[in-house]
Design a protein around this ligand. Structure first.
Ligand SMILES: Nc1ncnc2c1ncn2[C@@H]1O[C@H](COP(=O)(O)OP(=O)(O)OP(=O)(O)O)[C@@H](O)[C@H]1O
Ligand SMILES: [Mg+2]
Length: 450
């Protein structure tokens, strides 16, 4: 199917090219035919006139006799050879149609006149008066050329034009075939590459270095293939982590349940085991819920419902939700807001993002958490969440947003992945870094509404 397509493109190109050459060929031949014939006839007429004038000059002196005319003919031959394309014939006559000299005896002046008029004429003629010094008309010189001769020359010219056109057409077609090959070759390469492409296989990048649209297409495909690979990698890691994360609570549940069933664990211990089973089931439920939520965030774009909201209100709501736990742990949460006016956001999701960040901060903070929000510019809002806890282990700040990444004292490791997906759903970005002098700093950048 692919190669078929390629040959189709190739033959379409060639056919177009071929038709173009043929039409140029026909148009030039036809116009050349008519133009050149007219040009030749015009040229001959002018030439005849010029020559007739010269001859009439020569013959203006002396008497108009056959012998004088013949004596001067030698000069005429020189003139004819040097300037004219067709050979002309000459008739010299006096007023009363009396022919003194003629190159052609088989034709009379009357016949000549008749045959040099109208569309089917056979001759081109030019007649010039021969006048004496005193202004008296001595006679006439009529020069004429055969149209047939002119056509013959035209034919010769056309033939040579035809030959040169054929030669250039052949060169053009050879070049056309060459270009067709060089054009369709990269397409064919690309198709073969696409056909053999597998997400998991060790595909090499296509190297098509033509600096045209096909080269661009190849580059785009390479970029797309890198994206697919990265996505596939992510997906693989996600499944590995997810199954690992689900296996731990499931094993705890299984172990405790078997202990009770076998009668190994009894009394108070059995109660404890049952509590473990409940806690682990809840953890499982939470993981499944979080993963489902994350999947929804990443797949359904319409899941975001944007509205004009007060950023401060959303932050304070999130702080309220975690206030009880913070108080329990003796941690103070300070909110400093410089953002006035409303911000376009999905209120519920943004609150959830802040709760996740505050929840983590409470887990690690020593005594204090600060939430700053400010306008960086008219288009950008910055929100920072800083705690004074232990901060990140070296290099950890790069991994915290990965799904299922959690530190030694962490939870299931899905909270920050959800937060990141929410912020990105708002076309924003989130980064983690170490705070000064200690603790963790999360910085969110959100585009301000236009
Ligand atoms: N404020 C913080 N200070 C230090 N480490 C942090 C902080 N916030 C996050 N982390 C690190 O990043 C990891 C990932 O956080 P994340 O919120 O994604 O998962 P989690 O809190 O472990 O589990 P959960 O899914 O319940 O939120 C944490 O386990 C912890 O190691
Ligand atoms: Mg968390």
């Amino acid at each position: 199917m692919g190669t078929e397509l390629m040959t189709k493109i190739g033959s379409k190109l060639l056919l177009t090219y071929f038709l173009l050459i043929i039409s140029i060929f026909l148009i030039t031949s036809l116009s050349f035919h008519f133009i050149s014939q007219r040009y030749l006839i015009n040229g001959t007429e002018q030439q005849l006139q010029k020559e007739a004038n010269v001859i009439s000059q020569w013959l203006s002196k002396g008497n108009l006799s056959r012998s004088t005319i013949q004596a001067k003919l030698v000069n005429r031959k020189v003139l004819a050879i040097s300037e004219r394309l067709t050979s002309s014939k000459m008739i010299i006559w006096t007023g009363n149609q009396n022919i003194i000299y003629s190159d052609l005896t088989a034709i009379t002046l009357n016949q000549l006149e008749k045959q040099s008029k109208g569309p089917g004429r056979k001759f081109v003629t030019e007649t010039v008066e021969i006048t004496a010094k005193n202004g008296r008309t001595k006679g006439y010189v009529t020069l004429f050329a055969k149209i047939e001769d002119i056509k013959e020359i035209n034919k010769l010219m056309r033939n040579s034009q035809l030959i040169s056109l054929i030669i250039s057409a052949i060169i053009a077609i050879v070049l056309g075939i060459f270009f067709e090959k060089s054009l369709t070759k990269p397409i064919r390469l690309l198709t073969a590459h696409l056909r053999n492409y597998t997400v998991r296989g060790s595909n090499e990048e296509i190297s098509i270095r033509t600096k045209d649209e096909i080269g661009e297409l190849a580059d785009s495909f390479n970029a797309l293939s890198r994206k697919i690979k990265r996505y596939d990698e992510d997906q693989k890691v996600f499944f590995q982590n997810a199954s690992h994360e689900l296996k731990t609570p499931l094993m705890a549940i299984q172990g405790n349940a078997e202990g009770i069933l076998d009668g190994v664990v009894t009394g108070e211990d059995a109660k404890h085991s049952l509590n473990v089973i409940i806690a682990e089931s809840q953890r499982l439920k939470k993981i499944v819920e979080s993963v489902t939520y994350l999947a929804k965030l990443e797949s359904v774009e319409e899941s975001f419902r944007f509205a004009e909201e007060s950023l401060e209100r959303v932050i304070l709501d999130a702080v309220d939700s975690v206030a009880a736990i913070a108080e329990q742990k003796g941690i103070e949460i300070l909110v400093k807001n410089d953002v006035t006016g409303s911000v376009l956001m999905d209120r519920e999701k943004m609150k959830r993002a802040f709760i996740n960040l505050l929840g983590n901060a409470i887990r690690y903070a020593e005594s204090e958490i600060v939430v700053y929000s400010m306008m960086r510019s008219v288009e950008e809002i910055i929100i920072e969440i800083v705690d004074n806890g232990s901060g990140f282990a070296p290099g950890e700040e790069k991994k915290v947003f990965q799904r299922f990444y959690s530190g030694d004292t962490g939870g299931s490791g899905i909270g920050l992945a959800i937060t990141k997906a929410i912020i990105e759903g708002h076309n924003g970005t989130i980064t983690a870094s170490r705070a000064e002098p200690k603790g963790a700093l999360f910085r969110i950048s959100l585009p301000n509404k236009e």
